[in-house]
Design a protein around this ligand. Structure first.
Ligand code: SF4
Length: 337
C-alpha cells in the first residue's frame, strides 16, 4: 500500500489553540455548497428526508452562487487570510453544479490559503475530477461507506456501481496534480476481511487513508439508528470528555442558505447567530459579535452544561472528537479575551 495512515481531520495546519486564542480571524470557514444529499446513511440526519422536510432551514439545496461570491469577498474584512475554506457542512458538495467554480473563486480571491472538501465521491466522474483539479482544490477527503454495492445499498440506500466508483477515484488520483487526497471509512460496519479489502481497494489511489469509529456527530439527533460506543474516540483511542468546546474558537460555519451556525454540527439550524448582528451578516460581523464571544466565555467558565437551549450540554463530540483539550488553559484564555 502506497498511502500513509493519516486521519481525515486535518490538524497539522490548524491548532495549538491554547497559545493563539482569541483569534482575530477564524482558521477554518465552513461553507456548505449544498445541504441535501443523494445518500440516506443511517447515522446522518441529512439522509432522513422526512425529518429534514420538517426542519426549519433545511432542504435548501445548492447555495446560490451570488451569495457564495459575497461571502468569499467579505473574507477580505478579516485581518489575516483564512487558513482553510472548507466547502462542506451538511450535504453532498458535488450536488452543487457550480462546485468547481466555487473552488476557483475562493482560490483566486486571495482571501484564503487553502480550499478543501469532503465528498461521498459518488458523483466524481472523470469530467468533474478534471474541472475540480483545474480549479485548484488543495485537498479532497472521500468518505467511503462500504466495500461493495450491497453494503452501499444496505447502509446508504444508494445504488452504486462499486467498480466504477473505485475507477473514478483512481482517475482523480492519477490526475490530481497538487491536490492532496484522503480516504476514510467507518470501521464499525466492517469485518476484518472487509477492512483489509478497503485498504486493498484504496490504499494505492490516495495519499492518506484511515479507518474511523462511529461517534455521536449530530447532537440531539435521536433517530440515529446506529450504536455509538462512547468510550471510543473517532480515531479508535479512548474517549475523554472536555468542558471547553474548541470548535467555536477557530471555526465558523455558513449554511447553504447563507445563515451562520454556532458550530458545524448544527444540523437542525437551532444555533444560528444571524439575529445577533445588525444589517446583513458578514463573516467578520459574526466572528466579532458579542453573542459568539458570550458563548466562548461561557465555555471557558465551564458553564457548557448550563447552555440549556443549545445542543452543547450533551454534545458527544466533546467526548469523542476533540482536536485539542483547552480545559487546563481556560482561565488564561479568558483573561486574554
Ligand atoms: S459543544 Fe458541541 S454542539 Fe456545542 S458548539 Fe461545541 S461542537 Fe457544537
Amino acid at each position: 500500500m502506497k498511502a500513509r495512515y493519516i486521519p481525515r481531520i486535518d490538524l497539522h495546519d490548524a491548532l495549538e489553540l491554547k497559545n493563539a486564542l482569541p483569534l482575530s480571524t477564524p482558521y477554518v470557514v465552513y461553507i456548505d455548497p449544498c445541504d441535501t444529499c443523494n445518500f440516506r446513511c443511517k447515522f446522518c440526519p441529512s439522509g432522513n428526508t422526512a425529518l429534514m422536510k420538517k426542519t426549519r432551514g433545511r432542504c435548501h439545496g445548492p447555495m446560490d452562487y451570488a451569495v457564495y461570491r459575497d461571502i468569499i469577498d467579505s473574507l477580505a474584512e478579516f485581518e489575516e487570510k483564512v487558513r482553510v475554506v472548507r466547502l462542506y457542512k451538511e450535504g453532498e458538495p458535488l450536488l452543487n453544479p457550480r462546485f468547481a467554480d466555487m473552488v476557483a473563486y475562493a482560490k483566486t480571491s486571495g482571501n484564503c490559503l487553502r480550499v478543501d472538501t469532503t465528498t461521498n465521491a459518488s458523483l466524481l466522474t472523470p469530467e468533474r475530477s478534471l474541472e475540480i483539479i483545474e480549479a485548484g482544490l488543495d485537498r479532497l477527503n472521500i468518505s467511503v461507506e462500504g466495500v461493495n454495492a450491497e453494503q452501499y445499498r444496505e447502509f446508504s440506500s444508494y445504488k452504486l456501481d462499486y467498480e466504477r466508483f473505485v475507477e473514478n477515484i483512481a482517475f482523480f488520483h492519477a490526475h490530481k496534480k497538487q491536490c492532496e487526497m484522503n480516504i476514510k471509512i467507518n470501521g464499525d460496519n466492517l469485518t476484518p476481511a472487509q477492512e483489509e479489502q478497503f485498504y486493498a481497494d484504496f490504499g494505492d489511489i490516495t495519499d492518506g487513508i484511515s479507518v474511523e469509529r462511529t461517534i455521536e456527530y449530530w447532537p440531539k439527533y435521536k433517530e440515529m439508528a446506529v450504536t455509538v460506543d462512547e468510550g471510543v474516540s473517532l480515531l479508535g483511542g479512548r474517549s475523554g470528555e472536555v468542558q471547553v468546546c474548541p470548535y467555536v474558537f477557530y471555526e465558523m460555519c455558513i449554511n447553504s442558505d447563507g445563515s451562520y451556525s454556532l458550530c458545524r454540527f448544527d444540523w437542525n439550524h437551532a444555533m444560528l447567530l444571524d439575529q445577533h448582528v445588525g444589517g446583513r451578516p458578514t463573516p467578520k460581523k459574526i466572528w466579532d459579535c458579542i453573542a459568539l464571544w458570550g458563548f466562548q466565555q461561557r465555555f471557558l467558565r465551564r458553564e457548557r452544561k448550563l447552555l440549556s437551549v443549545l445542543s452543547c450540554p450533551s454534545c458527544g463530540i466533546l467526548k469523542q472528537g476533540v482536536p485539542e483539550d483547552l480545559d487546563p488553559y481556560a482561565e488564561e484564555i479568558l483573561e486574554n479575551m
